[in-house]
Ligand binder design. Structure first.
Ligand SMILES: [Zn+2]
Length: 109
């Protein structure tokens, strides 16, 4: 996906690998079930392929996670410094607004 001038690939990875990477950044205590994350060093969005096994078919939960990680990427790239609760609220509500108003052009690459 393209965000500003960056090309941010979406890479699916197994739960264990995703949790290991998450723990490296946020500490072991924070690692639980990670649905996805934005890796600001590699500039990659990772999604959990054990949770979303049908890659790129994008069910409702997966779309919301992709939207969440997209906002994480925007937050990181632009440095607007939203807190995680702000990001989580924004992604959940934006997703609801898109779904309930028939906004469908979310064709993620
Ligand atoms: Zn997050």
């Amino acid at each position: 996906m393209k965000i500003l001038g960056f090309k941010i690939p979406i890479v699916y990875m197994p739960n264990e690998e995703l949790e290991d990477r998450y723990a490296q950044v946020f500490g072991e205590d924070e690692a639980g079930m990670v649905l996805g994350n934005y890796d600001g060093v590699r500039k990659v969005i990772n999604l959990n392929e054990d949770v979303y096994p049908k890659k790129h078919e994008g069910g409702p939960d997966e779309e919301e996670t992709r939207l969440h990680e997209t906002i994480e990427a925007i937050n990181s790239i632009t440095g607007i410094e939203m807190s995680h609760p702000q990001i989580a609220t924004l992604s959940a509500v934006l997703h609801q607004v898109f779904v309930d108003n028939g906004y469908k052009p979310l064709k993620w690459k």
